[in-house]
Write a protein that binds this ligand. Structure first.
Ligand code: ATP
Ligand code: LTN
Length: 329
């Protein structure tokens, strides 16, 4: 089995877009790959965050990933800070990287464009070498990420090759895996924009933990068009097409089949079914989520996950230290 590693940075509440575009892929990957998923809590502190809020976000993220179907018996789930090797290899990767290449990282440039050097944390600058360490510790073949993280995985490849050239073959050079289909669920209130948790108004975005009544209302008031027929045409009917994509990806029914069923019928009836499908899925996730928060699954999962991850990471780090000459015995 090929190995896959990915980190989750819990930046806020997860959305239906995250679920369809990313989370569900993880659940599929766990059957076909040796999957390591960790909560990137060390990456979370590159910007200031309240301890209470951070702890809640971390817990919620694990609970939701488990609720959506990640199975600790099939994959390894852990907290980045529980496996100390991440921080040490992170430092080594920081020493392997150059100011110039880190300064060219788009995410760093975007996040600091309105700030002065006196207020930008150095952690934000060395975020990518830590991410490289996360990946290289496990000899990952693939790294499933969103488009925005591709540049960081490319830097990881460069650092792996640089180390291999300088100290002999040590790291597997990983490849980014960017999901293609269902990759862009659009906002319900403005279907020209991506459904996003950072959108100003909440109306266009369904959160996985939305009250079901609220979610239903958002779908029933989703922006459509004047054509009046359920049809898949992203140019002319972006709103309806988005609802079709949501329904099809959740129910498994093809878009053609849904379109055929709705021939001669109006948007009201269609939206009602979309809402039913979405609410059914949300209800399943939320029930499981509440159960998980009440039980000890999170604690057990993280303990077991950290032990398994540490076992691999420890051996890799030892090898790196030996090659670099920073150990003595
Ligand atoms: P923001 O809303 O602040 O832009 P985000 O929801 O896009 O953030 P990320 O952490 O960048 O959050 O995304 C996590 C994963 O979810 C990525 O793989 C991304 O491609 C996927 N994703 C996010 N929004 C959508 C969407 N609307 N449709 C499909 N996939 C999405
Ligand atoms: N930077 C990523 C989170 C992340 C990650 C990783 C993803 C940290 N370490 C290693 C893949 C592999 C993000 O912001 N989503």
């Amino acid at each position: 089995m090929k190995r896959m590693v990915s980190g989750i940075k819990p930046t806020g509440e997860l959305t239906l877009g995250n679920y369809i575009g990313a989370l569900r892929n993880f659940v599929k990957y766990q059957d076909d790959y040796e999957l390591y998923v960790f909560i990137a809590n060390l990456h979370c502190i590159t910007v200031p965050i309240e301890p209470k809020e951070l702890r809640k976000n971390l817990k919620d993220a694990i609970a939701l990933y488990l609720a959506c179907g990640l199975d600790p018996e099939k994959c390894t789930i852990f907290l980045q800070s529980d496996v100390y090797e991440h921080a040490q290899l992170g430092w080594i990767m920081t020493c392997m990287s150059y100011m110039g290449e880190l300064g060219r990282m788009t995410q760093f440039k975007e996040k600091t464009s309105n700030a002065t050097n006196e207020s930008i944390s150095t952690g934000l600058f060395v975020y990518p070498p830590l991410m490289a360490a996360d990946i290289l510790l496990y000899d990952a073949d693939y790294v499933p990420v969103g488009e925005d993280q591709k540049q960081h995985v490319e830097l990881t490849r460069d650092l792996a090759q640089r180390f291999n050239n300088r100290y002999s073959e040590t790291f597997v050079v990983p490849e980014p895996l960017i999901a293609k289909v269902g990759a862009r669920i659009m906002s319900l209130s403005d279907p020209s924009k991506k459904m996003s948790k950072s959108e100003e108004s909440n109306k266009g975005c369904i959160y996985l933990l939305d009250d079901l009544k609220v979610a239903r209302k958002k779908i029933m008031s989703a922006v459509t068009d004047m054509e009046g027929r359920v049809n898949y045409d992203k140019e002319k009917q972006p709103g309806v097409s988005n609802l079709l994509e949501i329904m099809s990806s959740l129910s498994g029914e093809s878009i053609d089949s849904i379109v055929a069923r709705y021939e001669g019928k109006g948007y009201g009836e269609f939206k009602k079914e979309v809402a039913d499908v979405v609410c059914r899925e949300l209800e399943k996730i939320q029930n499981r989520y509440n159960e998980i928060l009440r039980g000890s699954l999170i604690k057990d999962t993280l303990k077991q996950g950290a032990e398994k991850a540490h076992h691999i990471a420890f051996r890799k780090l030892k090898k790196v230290q030996r090659k670099m000459g920073i150990d003595i015995f």
